[in-house]
Design a protein around this ligand. Structure first.
Ligand code: AMP
Length: 399
């Protein structure tokens, strides 16, 4: 039986997991993936093999999964049944590596304590990301665990991209433009040499358009700028987050509307974006099917902002050679991709309608100045690769 690695991605109400087998040549192959969802409300455990076979699909008593930490024990118990031997290592997605971590880290009690100090930088995501780490560290102190950060890929940004126009003391205490979705951008950057070798070392914009949305400027495969900043609220409008927003609006909500901190936080993370604009849904599929003019307006606004932010990133890159669409919307919606390309026709973006309908990978028209691609992102594989590399390093056999 091959060694296996487990990748965990814990959110506010779910823990997603994927199990990889390590081949004799250190190749990683996905065996199965699943999640426990509805944690604290109506927990449900589901998993399917890489061939699509349903491995488990059952409700979990609420008493067993009232929070993320207890839900981890449910996942562990199922894994113990499903696997002949426990995984040799676990890799975790952690949203914030703060100013300290520019690369994945092997987790021990000291690193965990350090990661806990970054909770104020990502109050909604970081505590959930850390809960399974804490649970596993307590139950299996010998288990090899690695944290992979969504901020790490952006840590090579030039100082100009990292700063706000705020006093230096705030920068020193960590109020910086970190950028997020770094594991997704790393996944795309790692695939460019094979899928799009002609642009891999050039100036490329990657649009991660999912329930969270951001764009990243790559030069030579490295991130030099991102539309997300200090938190995952900045940049593009998203399913339920507004994206770029005049700070004065927040002051208005606090003063004129009398909202307290918690109410404003809930509003900005859960009630804005496509959901707030349309008054209908945060899901692009629903908006595309709707005949309500508010749905059309929300989508037009979304596309307009993607085009505007492209201009912003082109200025940072001082040029553009390629554009990549990825994540739920970017990978699956020819309509949104075509609308973005239409708005960016001045830049030399033109799609081949047939290639776009078939999701590429190359979707630009023959002879178009901007080579445009659809590339599926695989954040879990990036985490698995980092985890395996650090495991081998700890075993003294780094490849
Ligand atoms: P992600 O966070 O990457 O899983 O993306 C989730 C989002 O992708 C959903 O909220 C949908 O809005 C969007 N999505 C998924 N499939 C489609 C599709 N076929 N067309 C348009 N949007 C889609």
């Amino acid at each position: 039986m091959a060694e296996t690695l487990l990748v965990l991605n814990a959110g506010s109400s779910s823990i997603k997991f994927e199990l990889f087998a390590v081949g004799p040549d250190e190749r990683l192959t996905s065996r199965f993936e699943g999640q426990i969802e509805g944690i604290g409300v109506a927990p449900h455990l589901i998993a399917q093999s890489h061939t699509g076979e349903r491995l488990v699909d059952r409700p979990v008593p609420l008493t067993q999964a009232p929070d993320v930490e207890s839900a981890m024990a449910v996942v562990e118990a199922w894994l113990a049944e499903a696997l002949p031997a426990p995984p040799v290592a676990v890799g975790h997605r952690v949203v914030h590596g703060g100013p300290l971590y520019a690369a994945p880290m092997v987790i021990d009690a000291e690193v965990l304590a350090q990661l806990e100090t970054f909770v104020p930088l990502a109050p909604l995501h970081q505590p959930n990301n850390l809960a399974p780490i804490r649970a596993l560290l307590r139950a299996h102190p010998e288990l090899f665990q690695v944290a992979c950060f969504d901020t790490a890929f952006h840590r090579g940004h030039p100082p100009l991209a990292d700063r706000f126009a705020l006093p230096e003391t705030l920068w020193a205490e960590g109020v910086r433009r970190y950028g997020f979705h770094g594991l997704s951008y790393e996944s795309i950057a790692s695939r460019l040499p094979e899928i799009a070798p002609e642009i891999a070392q050039k100036k490329v914009i990657v649009a991660h358009l999912g329930s969270g949305c951001s764009m990243c400027a790559l030069e030579g495969g490295r991130s030099i700028e991102s539309t997300m900043g200090f938190t995952a609220l900045d940049g593009l409008p998203m399913g339920t987050r507004p994206g770029q927003l005049d700070a004065g609006v927040v002051l208005y909500l606090l003063s004129a509307k009398g909202m307290d901190l918690q109410a404003v936080e809930h509003f900005l993370y859960h009630e804005c974006g496509l959901k707030g604009l349309s008054g209908i849904s945060n899901d692009v599929r629903v908006l595309l099917e709707s005949t309500d003019p508010r749905a059309a307006f929300a989508l037009e606004f979304f596309v307009y902002k993607i085009a505007q932010m492209t201009g912003w990133l082109v200025a940072a890159l001082e040029g553009l050679d390629g554009f990549v669409f990825t994540a739920g919307i970017g990978e699956n919606s020819p309509t949104i991709r075509a609308a973005v390309a239409h708005r960016l026709r001045w830049l030399g973006m033109e799609l081949d309608p047939e290639a776009n309908a078939q999701h590429g990978p190359l979707i630009s028209a023959k002879g178009a100045r901007i080579r445009t691609y659809v590339i599926p992102t695989d954040e879990e594989l990036v985490i698995a690769r980092h985890t395996l590399a650090l495991l081998r390093k700890s075993q003294g056999s780094a490849p």
